[in-house]
Write a protein that binds this ligand. Structure first.
Ligand SMILES: [Zn+2]
Ligand SMILES: [Zn+2]
Length: 103
C-alpha cells in the first residue's frame, strides 16, 4: 500500500501536486493545504477528528526499482468535503482543545 497522493486541498480545492511541501494529511490520508489546516481546521481533520502531518514527497527518481513517482503516480481524483463550513467550524471547535494523542 502506498499513499494515494491526492491532487487537491479538500477545503479550498487548491492544487497540491505530489511535490507540494504545503500538503498535510491525516492517518486516513484526508488531504489539505497547510493554510487551511492552520486557519480553518486548527489541526483537526474535519472527516475523522485526527491531527495532521506534512505529506512526504515521493521521489521523482527511481532510486529503487518500481518506487518512483513515474512508476507509482499520484492520484488525479479530486476530493471534496461532504460537510458544510458551519458544521466543520463547530466540529473543529469541539475537538481542537484535545491534543491529537488524546483523541
Ligand atoms: Zn486549502
Ligand atoms: Zn482524517
Amino acid at each position: 500500500m502506498a499513499l494515494e497522493l491526492r491532487p487537491n486541498c479538500e477545503y479550498c480545492d487548491k492544487d497540491l501536486p505530489p511535490d507540494a511541501a504545503e500538503a498535510r494529511i491525516c492517518t486516513f490520508e484526508c488531504t489539505f493545504c497547510a493554510d487551511c489546516v492552520e486557519r480553518y481546521l486548527s489541526n483537526v481533520c474535519p472527516n475523522c477528528g485526527g491531527g495532521f502531518a506534512p505529506r512526504p514527497i515521493r521521489p521523482a527518481r527511481e532510486w529503487r526499482p518500481g518506487l518512483s513517482l513515474t512508476k507509482r503516480p499520484a492520484s488525479i481524483k479530486r476530493v471534496g468535503l461532504s460537510y458544510s463550513r458551519e458544521d466543520i467550524a463547530a466540529f473543529v471547535a469541539r475537538i481542537m482543545t484535545v491534543p491529537p494523542e488524546k483523541r
